[in-house]
Design a protein around this ligand. Structure first.
Ligand code: NAD
Length: 404
């Protein structure tokens, strides 16, 4: 398959994960040369938490062999911890000389990042070092590499105070010492809601600095909550199936609801369900990455920030749709997060729309597809892992100490 407009060499950091795997397959299928770097920590965390993907994901070796058989395309793999093995990361970059590096390789669960002091420190150490090492290695390699990072809508905080959240930068008017009013554009002030979101806020400053100081080309994608599981590529063979997290820590909200409905478990809404969140289907995640690869910022251009989401929904509204589709009742449980009970959220996503994204919206057909997958693999469910066990503050649950 060689229908890519310009064939690029692309390193996908975190390419064994929920978003990284289908993205790697898509880019490889388009004719790009793809190399995955991953330390397989997500699989280790499953073992540590006694959880597993609902879908039977295969080892990385089996996955890559299956892809080669199915597509004729080879994806190579390096097992490197990019937060702890800087020299190996640098060597891989020097050796491969990629045009693009896509950076998915961070600990991405907010509840997991709040579980204990150990996991707060792990999340900060892993995510900040990972991002900084990539930036440092690109500079040290001397190569002109386009870095694309997966950030989160969560850096904006929950809620938009009546404004449409812009794509990373905010227009402000300030009063100078002599009383003049001048207009400026600043990075949208971050308001992270968890340690995980805080690492993504700190990532933004690292990008800002390296872009300014070393003229790195950087695209930072502020992604909404991903739902869905399959793409055409992951459906091509059972061995290519994507991961499906349903547990209270890593399961994303709509996938959790769809899975709960499919196995006849009550749909667990945190608090009133009045929280409004931004969503994107996994097929659009993959499409956005394809568009980001095709549209790098110019050399010397500031960090290109794009909101990678397609719609906003209230959690309770989603729960009601899933309840209607599956017949499961809704159960209201205490909200473990420290946040307002309700919020509104308006988001600008015109960058991706202007580049050709035609959003997959929350349609019942696709929701039923996820539900069917959940039903198919329901026998793999560990019901004890469905509830969210993490809490944000000590007051919420005194004595909540993670066993590690
Ligand atoms: P994931 O946990 O499934 O995948 C992350 C991958 O990175 C895993 O395979 C893990 O083993 C690897 N990794 C982590 N630390 C590493 C390290 N130090 N060295 C090498 N590999 C490492 O997560 P995901 O859902 O695919 O998310 C990918 C990115 O997208 C994350 O950065 C996340 O913050 C962002 N994001 C995800 C969502 C979502 O809903 N899933 C929403 C917004 C943003």
């Amino acid at each position: 398959m060689t229908n890519a407009k310009v064939r690029k060499k692309i390193i996908v950091l975190g390419g064994d994960g929920f978003c990284g795997w289908p993205t790697s397959l898509r880019l490889s299928g388009l004719g790009h040369e793809v190399i995955i770097i991953d330390n397989l920590s997500r699989r280790r965390i499953d073992e540590e938490c006694g959880t597993n993907s609902l879908t039977p994901i295969q080892s990385i070796d089996v996955r890559l062999r299956a892809w080669e058989e199915v597509s004729g395309n080879r994806i190579r793999f390096y097992r490197i911890d990019i937060a702890e093995e800087y020299d190996r990361l640098l060597s891989a970059i020097r050796e491969e000389k990629p045009d693009v590096i896509i950076h998915f390789a961070e600990q991405r669960s907010a509840p997991y990042s709040m579980k204990s002091s150990l996991l707060k420190r792990y999340t900060v150490n892993n995510n900040i070092k990972a991002t900084h090492h990539v930036l440092c290695a690109i500079v040290e390699s001397g190569l002109d590499i386009h870095l694309i990072h997966l950030g989160t809508m969560g850096v904006y905080g929950y809620g938009s105070a009546g404004i449409r959240i812009p794509e990373g930068y905010l227009d402000i008017e300030v009063k100078t010492d002599n009383g003049d009013r001048v207009n400026q554009q600043i990075l949208y002030p971050t308001n992270p809601g968890s340690i995980y979101h805080m690492t993504k806020s700190l990532d933004q400053l690292l990008f800002h600095y390296y872009n300014k100081n070393d003229r790195l080309r950087i695209t930072d994608l502020h992604q909404g909550i991903v739902w869905g599981t399959n793409t055409p590529e992951t459906q091509a063979d059972e061995r290519l199936i994507n991961r499906f997290d349903y547990d209270g820590d890593y399961g994303t909200v709509l996938n959790r609801f769809l899975m709960q409905g499919a196995v006849g478990h009550p749909i667990t809404v945190h608090g009133t369900g009045g929280q409004t969140r931004a969503f994107i289907h996994i097929q659009d995640t993959v499409r956005c990455l394809e568009l980001a690869v095709d549209h790098p910022p110019e050399l010397g251009e500031r960090v290109l920030i794009m909101n990678q989401m397609t719609e906003t929904r209230r959690v309770i509204d989603l729960a009601q749709v899933v309840s209607r589709l599956t017949g499961s009742e809704i159960a209201f449980v205490p909200n473990p997060r420290k946040e307002a009970a309700e919020n509104e959220l308006h988001v600008d996503n015109s960058h991706f729309i202007s580049k050709g994204l035609v959003p997959v919206t929350l349609n019942e057909g696709l929701m039923m597809e996820v539900s069917e997958i959940a039903k198919k693999y329901a026998y793999r469910t560990d019901y004890s892992k469905i509830p969210a066990m993490s809490t944000w503050t000590k007051e919420q649950r005194p004595g909540n100490v993670h066993p590690l």
